[in-house]
Design a protein around this ligand. Structure first.
Ligand SMILES: O=C(O)CCCC[C@@H]1SC[C@@H]2NC(=O)N[C@@H]21
Length: 217
């Protein structure tokens, strides 16, 4: 067992420790930031009268955390937000600039960063602790992690954003947000399925093998 490993990781042969980001990490951060940007632009369905549409952003945001873990997910979403705030038309409806922070979807946009980081952190814990368990348990726990992260951060801050920027009271903002739940549950199922396939195909994507970490000087 290396000095920084959790006992569970010693047993399973997985290490949660990662060192500095390499070129692959930076590439992954850029690719997932681009994925979130693309997801904002395709299939945006207007609902309600507030200007917050149904989009594929939650699928891409949760997949980023589930695939990359907390640090790189934070960087990918941070990059996405910075580019959008700087003027790239990569928020829903092709919007851009700091003005979105005064709009009805401001809370959702800020929530993306926190939700991707939170689900990334939970994913590391779940993957490390279910390495010797059934795939079904792992899938259920990752889905729970995605739901908790998106309810607390995306929907929680989304409601807050509509209360502050659209001047809705809590019950109206809550109801305006509720309409997104069916789609977001389906998107979380999809995100977990894709992430599990990615981790199966690329076992070193998130949890680096102990031998790799130990081989480093
Ligand atoms: O303007 C933006 O770029 C953010 C749009 C936020 C849309 C929110 S995210 C949670 C909920 N689910 C959806 O499909 N749409 C809303």
């Amino acid at each position: 067992m290396t000095q920084t490993d959790h006992p569970a990781t010693a047993k399973t042969g997985l290490s949660r420790r990662r060192s500095r980001w390499n070129a692959t990490d930076l590439g992954l951060i850029a690719v997932f930031a681009a994925l979130v940007a693309g997801s904002a632009l395709i299939a945006a369905i207007p609902v309600g009268g507030l200007g917050v549409p149904i989009t594929l952003q939650t699928l891409a945001v949760m997949l980023t955390g589930l695939a990359l873990g907390p640090g790189r997910a934070f960087a990918a979403l941070g990059l996405y937000l910075l580019l959008g705030f700087a003027g790239l038309p990569i928020f829903s409806g092709g919007r851009s600039g700091l003005g979105v922070l005064a709009g009805p979807s401001a809370g959702y946009i800020v929530g993306f960063l926190l939700a991707a980081t939170a689900v990334g952190w939970l994913t590391v814990v779940v993957l490390a602790r279910t390495a010797t368990r059934t795939g079904k348990l792992r899938a259920v726990l990752l889905f729970a992690a995605a739901m908790v992260s998106s309810i607390v951060f995306i929907h929680g801050l989304g409601i807050l954003g509509m209360m502050v920027n659209a001047k809705l009271d809590f019950s109206k903002a809550f109801l305006a947000d509720l309409v997104f739940y069916p789609g977001d549950i389906i998107k979380n199922v999809l995100a977990v399925s894709i992430a599990l396939a990615l981790h199966k195909a690329f076992p070193d994507l998130l949890l680096r093998r102990v031998r790799t970490a130990d081989a480093r000087p």
